[in-house]
Write a protein that binds this ligand. Sequence first.
Ligand code: CO
Length: 493
Amino acid sequence: MQTTEKNATSDSQSFSLKDWQGGYRSQPQEFAYRIEDIEGQIPSDLEGTLFRNGPGLLDVNGYPVKHPFDGDGLINSIAFKDGRAFFRSRYIRTEGYVAEQKQGKPVFRGVFGTQKPGGVLANAFDLKLKNIANTHVVYWGDKLLALWEAAEPHRLDPETLETIGLDYLEGLIAPGGAFTAHPKFDPGHHDGQPRMVGFSVKSGVSSTITLHEFDVDGKPISSHSHTVPGFAFLHDFVITPNYAIFFQNPVTLNPLPYVMGFKGAAECIAFNEKAPTKIIVIPRNGEGEVQFIDTDSCFVFHHANAFEADGRIVIDSIRYGDFPSLKGGEDYLNVDFDQVPEGQLWRFTVDLAAGTADPVPLVSRSVEFPTLNPERVGLSHRYLFIGATDSPTGNAPLQAILKLDLETKQEQLWSAAPRGFIGEPVFVPRPQGQSEDEGWILVLVYNAERTCSDLVILDAQNLDAEPVARLKLSHHIPYGLHGSFVETYFGPA
Ligand code: CO
């Protein structure tokens, strides 16, 4: 890996670029071991399995990826029981991973700009997607699924993490079809029965969104499709008991440089700051009109939550003023954070009768990866937990976890700076817990001091206290994307 001293630590920075770069080394090895090096104590009532997904290879046999989002999906699991923890990691045996490991070079082009060796001619007109399976991992209806939004899920064995094969969700998606990397878990808005809600999108001059709902056994309950005008780049969405809500960012796709072999598909997206962002409100029961509500031009990857209140829908989202674009030729390892748009938490209050949206900033600090108590999904929430920068101003890598109390407006911050870099936090409710914030935050931290990763357990009620436990892994895990906590222990007996 190439590193540089550019942007080395100054007084105003909470990190050194070189430390941060260390978390983007490939991790080709797979592991299975009991974690013995622990500071503090794992709570004895923390039982279940944390699954994480993210790019594990930042190169294929020395050929670097252009962007980490093109890295092969590596699943990490940590199973907790009786105050002990078992770690396991395994690559998803996607068609692309298997072929490239065998041939020792990139065989597929990456959506985020990674090219096959051989220049433009080797890449032109090769539009075959690599289903890289690196974005999220969820467990529903006894299936562990690795997700990537442009293709089919891969089903995995939750104990061994072995790849079982592509999964077509009981026939809801066809071979070559796609399923979101961000399904939502309705905790029981209807008859108290939990559901998984997900979608597929086909984007073009107009786009078709198909909304799917699954019962607790993974059986399809409903599926309905809606056509919306324009190109729709939809990474995430939110649900309430009655609605599924999407933000259609004002972006256009010019696929020519991708088709011609110059760029990855995602590098051909252009943001239009003069066009509004459209909030698309789809009734979950498939009946009634789809509503489109304009709001000021912005870009949203991730939403924190949404809920209904007096004919309004309240949506908390991470808002960017511009598409955090992959400017051509830029080396992601030497990114100048000051030049990258920062995400901030905003609240959009949508009045369905008036057809208006009222956006208000909630937190000025740069944040990403919001989460909350899973029992509050689609319902009003008091607390949010979000990955954050250490510094209250400016853009930087995520090094801290911010807890926001929306009732008192109080904030708590736990920071791993200067040498720790955090991934997405996951909230685990304490069994029989009474209040919404009673539970733990589990977060993987790349610890530049050890050049290894730690799994940190924080008390969500006292977030800024010392960690409850720090589990020191014997290796690093490259910066990941999303993951899930499952209340079943999937470790060895
Ligand atoms: Co995401």
